[in-house]
Design a protein around this ligand. Structure first.
Ligand code: DGI
Ligand code: FE
Ligand code: FE
Ligand code: FE
Length: 190
């Protein structure tokens, strides 16, 4: 599939605001790639596809992970929306014929993060948080500035805000991968 064909397909499947968000992530990822020395085309494609499974119902996401032998954590069973990241990587590979490991990995870990993320993982993780359509998260102004300078520090601060948010919302089960990603970047920071 060409980028144009992928865009058309996503526009059909995703809600309008979600589609605009994916375009924002794609643009922001391209911008960060240029500054931090990564392949802009790969960053743009990963950004475009990162939420491609967002339209799927929870039971379909669970079924898709089982079909492909992808593990599901307790937190993901309780909050299957988290699985749109793992399912996104499955769809990117099998529906959109992406074979690039870096792109598939960045999609797979974009929601929880993971310890020791690759350059593209961090670019997508950050672009997802700061793209221009986002307006609710705390510290957006500072994070948008910092992202041009220091991807590790920005990743740490986003994980910290995410963990703080989840701790304040007891109904939101914290995934062990979110915790280990946060602890990895916290220890790196100190
Ligand atoms: O899909 P998006 O909305 O663009 O963004 P995303 O894939 O980064 O998902 C963001 C949401 O995921 C945000 O509300 C925080 C939540 N999240 C991240 N890690 C965890 C989590 N939610 C729970 N319950 N547990 C986690 O470990
Ligand atoms: Fe997402
Ligand atoms: Fe995110
Ligand atoms: Fe997103």
């Amino acid at each position: 599939m060409t980028t144009k064909e992928i865009q058309k397909d996503l526009k059909n499947k995703l809600k309008p605001a979600r589609y605009e968000h994916t375009l924002g992530v794609s643009d922001t990822a391209q911008h960060l790639a240029k500054i931090h020395g990564y392949d802009c085309a790969k960053a743009a494609l990963a950004g475009l596809l990162h939420d491609c499974a967002k339209y799927m119902a929870d039971d379909k996401k669970i079924a898709l992970c089982r079909e492909y032998g992808v593990s599901i954590s307790d937190a993901e069973y309780k909050n299957p929306s988290l699985l749109h990241a793992k399912c996104g990587a499955i769809l990117a590979e099998h529906e959109y014929q992406i074979i690039d490991f870096d792109i598939l990995h960045a999609i797979r870990v974009h929601t929880t993060g993971v310890p020791d993320m690759s350059l593209l993982d961090k670019i997508i993780f950050i672009a997802d948080y700061i793209e221009p359509n986002r307006d609710k998260a705390p510290h957006l102004k500072e994070l948008r500035k910092l992202a041009d300078k220091d991807l590790d520090e920005t990743t740490y601060l986003i994980l910290k805000d995410t963990v703080d948010y989840l701790k304040a919302h007891e109904d939101q089960p914290m995934d062990p991968t979110t915790v280990s990603a946060y602890e990895y970047y916290r220890d790196w920071h100190n």
